[in-house]
Design a protein around this ligand. Sequence first.
Ligand code: HEM
Length: 509
Amino acid sequence: MGILLNSAGLLVPILLAYYWINGRSTGKRIPGPRAHPFVGHTFQVPTIHTWKYYENLWHQYGPIVKLTFAGDDILILSDPVDAQELLARRSRIYSSRRPLVYAGKYQSNNMRFTLLPYGEMFKRHIAAFHSMLEPRAVGGYEGLQLEKSHRLLVDLVKAPTEFFRHVPRFPASLIFLLTFGQELAEDSKDLVEVQKVLADFVYDINPGAHVVDTFPFLDYLPDILSPWRKEALRKRKRELTLYGRLCNEVKDRMAQDPELECFTARLFDQQKTQSMPDEEIFYIAGTAFASGTGTSAATLLWFVMAMAMFPAAQKKAQEELDSVFGPDTVPDFSRRMDLPYCFALIKEVIRWAPTVSLSFPHYLDEDDEYKGYTIRKGTTVISSLWNMHHNEEEFPDSYGFNPDRFMYKEPGTDFFNTETLGLGNYGFGFGRRECPGQHLAAKSMWIAIVRMLWGFHIEPLKDGNGMPMKIDPDNCTEGLTSRPNPFPANFIPRSAAHVETILSGEGRS
Ligand code: HEM
């Protein structure tokens, strides 16, 4: 007890000095709510529906807001012009990630790509990701995308109300095959496991999720006073068991077949020339699997919800599709330039419900000046994609769902293409840390959505009185990424001919 009191007595002056040094600020005051003198806004920011809290701050204080978490500055950007200037044009100093004790040091052994500071290891990982995800490489995955999205249609014919299981399986099975060179097993435990890993991770990196990341000195406390440390290490072990097993299986298959083609096999090839411990490879491959699964699945589920809630947009897209593909032809990539409304609809899904609503926080490496404000080195910069997508000047009636808002461009232009799905919205982030998976995501979203619209009416489930059940878009998961919680919708095949075409395997690849 005495030791504890002595430690507390020492901590108070250290804390005061720390906040005094960190709290100094020059330049014009950045707008924001009043802060508590010691803990700042730490306990004001909710961990639930955080983007809504930031939306209120934006309306109250404007597009650049500063919060302080116990001496650390957090900048919330709500105007894409500011995000473009700081995160993209000044990306040299705005592309790092804040060192996190819980999710970075203990949960990831400082090897997880999404949390890496801008430096040598980051460059090694991004080069690996680009080799797998750059547009030319992605062009080679079309056959697999056709095959896996056809499987989605078959699953939806067979068990339509189970869309909540089928839809996430589509991007997961694709990225699993690309990463580990093997098929995702039926009712795969690996998928369930990676979904748990992801759910933990998107919660754990949320600013404010763990007190030790707000007060890093707590890491000096012994294990007995830090139960969170054991928990973070347990999560790391669980994750590495999964990724390690999957990667080692690739290594074993490479021994049998040196020509084996998949992302992990290429990483093991690189290991021969670059010093990269196995654990680093496990994290790179695991990150590809996890990030390729979670965000794409969430976007597709938001699409299903939007269709069940906004039937007029669904009908219009189906009319456009029917003018290009009859019931005897499953759509493929060939006539995509003839389907501008479908592109507009997918852009609107990304705008209406940005899956990574607060993007991934960037971290500033040097002091900077902007619009008369001093932004201090060590500031965490959050671009609120949610706020950018709900700016009534750029997107009138922003809570509504209106693909026509993107139809102002001439159909047939590059604006309506899989390569440019991110144009007109901000859903893939900004600057050097913008999503490296966006080209793969765009083509996967495109083919899955167009095929679902071609084959099915998506409707709310009916209650006992035949009335459509209510769907609430606010009922979604929490954390850095969000997806709808299960909601009452159903897939009704558009005709017997569509079912026949799907089941006969026409257009499978
Ligand atoms: C519709 C689907 C997707 C959406 C909406 C999305 C969105 C985002 C966003 C907003 C970011 C943060 C950008 C920033 O820090 O400024 C991000 C980062 C990232 N995304 Fe995606 N993403 C999607 C699909 C994918 C796919 C398919 C992959 C991989 C196969 C992927 C891999 C990553 C990785 C590795 C990062 C971290 C980049 C870094 O830290 O530098 N994403 N994504």
